[in-house]
Design a protein around this ligand. Structure first.
Ligand code: AMP
Ligand code: MG
Length: 535
């Protein structure tokens, strides 16, 4: 199915299929005994509260993921039915659903923040698909929960479009991520102070249904640990290993050690992949770190246009730049040390935790080498190639070269007639192109020499480079354009953009504009170059 086929009118009366649920989290773990009140409160001894999504006045489906819908067993007609919009706005529940919000804490910007929890995310249940795989369905923006801490539990359309598009774009890039099944407008307006300047304004509300085998975060373990609730912590650890890491061998403390090591390895792979494509998460707090090593919580994230390791899209982080692009591998390590700290009381000794953290460093280094080789089109990464890539990055930074376009252009270099010509489209500023032309030529001649010593032939090299260097990434201004159109009532741009992002490594004739440099007007525009956490 083509996203162009997506129509947003609902066909009343289409029945939805019966889905199979196995709500293990709620079944196996202790819940909050208070079931009615949504008063913000501290919930101890429990990892979730049963809640009901709030009624939304006029749900309307705006976009969906065709692959995910098919995987769950929905036909296109069913997706476009009134019932689908009702279910995925939280107004209607299917047999087997049992909505809940979970309880977690987290380190935010380096400081322990105490209990946070799902303030506006409500899980509908754990779906078991036709292949027996678990897929938790979670609505983001479905209303208040005991963890809303005085906020409204809602999400606005602009941030929901961004989460919907980027989850799917990351999936199609082959990067571990939570996914997005649907984007539904609620018909309700939500008050937001977008620029934190004391001018709140009403904005359209929306709900994304996101999916993952598990939404457990580092912060789920940190919270009971911070309260000295070792029993609950131990229960959650055992549950997580049993449900989400059942393939791990052994038992008891040895298995827990394996598990922590696996979490470290997955986190390393995820962050290495972010660095490969130029993704900046923006809010790498420990409550936004998935225990499965999935990219989670798409807020003020962004993509690198002109190469700048110091760039962060998040205006809240503009001062310290804690979560800047080039810092992400170190932050992930720091976050793992927080997780390790939380797990001390349920491990036999610290040795396992130290070994896990070392595994992070080893796996990250191995992934980095693999990525260097793939991005540069080499059969393997020699030590000198790591330096070679660092040198390239220094030039890209000094000369403000576009990251995706530079790597595309490198795959066009002909080693027998080397020229910087194919790299010209990567420059945002012609004077910088001239100033750094000699440095680039010198780098290129070293690179070409290296290619000539490498056993890969030209065809194999290009294939390798094209598989590692995406042509199409969800540039910030592209997402913003689809938001601008949606704000005018034109939702087609969302599915159009999704359709491009479904084949990020392919040539897509007629769609070259989506791979082009960021236009000049977008350089300093809100939404395109910087984003606030207000969502
Ligand atoms: P985030 O920065 O999006 O990761 O969110 C941090 C915490 O704030 C989480 O506990 C969220 O559930 C909560 N939160 C963010 N926005 C809202 C909102 N509009 N209503 C309730 N809770 C929210
Ligand atoms: Mg979050």
């Amino acid at each position: 199915m083509h996203a162009d086929d997506q129509h947003v009118t609902a066909t009343p009366g289409s029945e939805l299929p019966a889905l199979k649920f196995d709500n293990a989290f709620v079944r196996a773990l202790p819940g909050d005994p208070e079931r009615k009140s949504l008063e913000p409160r501290s919930v101890s001894g429990a990892v979730y509260s049963l809640v009901q999504p709030q009624a939304m006045p006029a749900p309307k489906l705006l976009a969906w993921s065709p692959e995910l819908a098919r995987r769950i067993g929905f036909t296109q007609k069913q997706v476009q039915s009134e019932a689908f919009a009702q279910v995925f706005s939280g107004n209607l529940q299917l047999d087997g659903m049992q909505p809940f919000a979970t309880n977690y804490g987290g380190h935010q910007f380096g400081h322990w923040a105490g209990q946070l929890g799902d303030g506006r995310a409500i899980s509908l249940g754990e779906l078991i698909d036709a292949d027996g795989c678990r897929l938790e369905l979670q609505l983001k923006g479905a209303g208040r929960t005991p963890y809303s801490r005085g906020a409204d539990g809602r999400a606005v359309l602009r941030s929901s479009i961004r989460e919907f598009l980027c989850s799917e774009a990351m999936h199609h890039l082959g990067i571990p991520t939570t996914r997005a099944l649907s984007l539904v407008a609620t018909g309700e307006s939500v008050l937001r102070d977008m620029f934190y300047d004391g001018h709140p304004a009403p904005e359209p509300g929306a709900i994304v249904c996101r999916t993952a085998p598990s939404f457990i975060r580092f912060g789920h373990f940190e919270l009971p640990a911070s309260r000295g609730d070792t029993r609950l912590l131990e229960q959650l650890v055992e549950f997580t290993i049993e449900r989400d890491f059942s393939e791990l061998p052994g038992s008891g403390a040895a298995r827990r050690a394996e598990w922590f090591s696996e979490v470290c390895a997955r986190t390393a792979r995820m962050v290495a992949e972010w660095m490969r494509v130029g993704f900046v998460h923006g809010v790498m707090n420990t409550d936004n770190m998935s225990i499965l090593g999935l990219t989670i919580d798409y807020g003020p994230y962004g993509w690198i246009d002109d190469f700048d390791p110091d760039w962060t899209p998040n205006t809240t982080d503009a001062q310290g730049r804690r979560y800047r692009f080039g810092h992400q591998p170190r932050v992930a390590y720091w976050n793992l040390t927080r997780l390790a700290g939380a797990l001390v009381s349920v491990m036999d000794n610290d040795q396992a935790l130290h070994a896990g953290l070392q595994r992070y460093l080893d796996v990250y280094a191995a992934c980095d080498r693999r990525i260097v080789a793939a991005k540069l089109g080499l059969s393997e990464c020699a030590d000198e190639d790591i330096e070679r890539m660092q040198d390239l990055h220094q030039i890209m930074r000094d000369a403000q070269m576009d990251m995706s376009i530079t790597y595309q252009a490198l795959s066009e270099i002909d080693p027998s007639h080397p020229s910087v010509e194919p790299l010209q489209p990567a420059f945002y500023d012609t004077s910088l192109a001239q100033r750094h032309g000699d440095a680039l030529r010198t780098w290129l001649s070293g690179y070409v020499g290296r290619l000539l010593r490498d056993p890969l032939d030209a065809q194999a090299r290009r294939t390798r480079m094209h598989a590692a260097n995406p042509r199409f990434v969800l540039r910030n201004y592209l997402a913003q354009q689809s938001i601008d159109r949606a704000t005018q009532g034109d939702y087609a741009g969302i599915s159009e953009l999704l359709d491009v992002m479904r084949r990020p490594y392919d040539e897509q004739p007629g769609r070259e504009a989506f791979a082009a440099r960021r236009p000049e007007w977008a350089r300093h525009r809100a939404g395109s170059s910087m984003l606030s956490c207000s969502s």
